[in-house]
Design a protein around this ligand. Structure first.
Ligand code: FE
Ligand code: FE
Ligand code: MG
Length: 167
C-alpha cells in the first residue's frame, strides 16, 4: 500500500476499488470465453480465428493483471472468489455452446463493445481525479478497440468467403 499514492486520488477510493473489481471480474470472464472458444471453434477460417481468440485471451488476462495491481495499490483486494465474477461483471459471459466460427465472433464482438463502453466510462469517471487509473483505463481501452476491429475484420472476411456481402 502506498499512502501518498492513495492521497492524491481525488475521489472515493472504496468506490473506485469496487468499479475496478467489476472490470477485473469482466476480464476473467472474457479471458475464459476467448480461451475456451479457441479450443472448440468449428467452421471456415477456424485456424486464423482460433489464433486471434487465443491471443486475445492472453491480452484479457493481462488486463486482469493490470487491474489487480491497481486495486492492491489503492489498498483494496481483488475479488477473491470466482463465484462473484458473474454478479460483479458489467459485461455478460457468453458460453461458447455453439462453436460455429460466426457465432463465436459475434459473441466476442458484443463482449468487446461492452468492454469499450465500460472503460470509456471509467475514463470519464477518473478524468482529472485519478490520473493513474485514467491512464490504465486508456491503455486497456486502446487494446479493446483493437480487439473489436480484429474480430469485425475477421467477420467481414468470413462473410465474403461465404458470399455474403452485407455482413
Ligand atoms: Fe480486456
Ligand atoms: Fe478485449
Ligand atoms: Mg488482436
Amino acid at each position: 500500500m502506498g499512502t501518498r499514492g492513495r492521497e492524491i486520488v481525488g475521489m472515493n477510493v472504496a468506490e473506485l476499488v469496487q468499479i475496478l473489481n467489476r472490470a477485473y471480474a469482466s476480464e476473467w470472464l472474457a479471458y475464459y470465453q476467448y480461451w475456451l472458444g479457441a479450443k472448440l471453434i468449428k467452421g471456415p477460417m477456424k485456424d486464423a480465428v482460433a489464433a486471434e481468440l487465443t491471443l486475445h485471451a492472453t491480452e484479457e488476462l493481462n488486463h486482469g493483471t493490470l487491474l489487480a495491481n491497481r486495486i492492491v495499490q489503492l489498498g483494496g483486494v481483488p475479488v477473491t472468489t470466482p463465484k462473484d465474477w458473474f454478479a460483479l461483471s458489467p459485461c455478460k459471459y457468453d458460453a461458447p455452446d455453439d462453436p460455429y466460427v460466426g457465432v463465436l465472433l459475434d459473441q466476442n464482438i458484443a463482449g468487446e463493445q461492452c468492454a469499450i463502453t465500460a472503460y470509456k466510462s471509467l475514463m470519464d469517471l477518473t478524468k482529472d481525479k485519478d490520473m493513474v487509473t485514467y491512464n490504465l483505463a486508456l491503455t486497456i481501452l486502446e487494446q479493446e478497440v483493437e480487439h473489436e476491429e480484429d474480430l469485425q475484420s475477421l467477420k467481414e472476411d468470413l462473410d465474403l468467403l461465404l458470399g455474403r456481402r452485407n455482413g
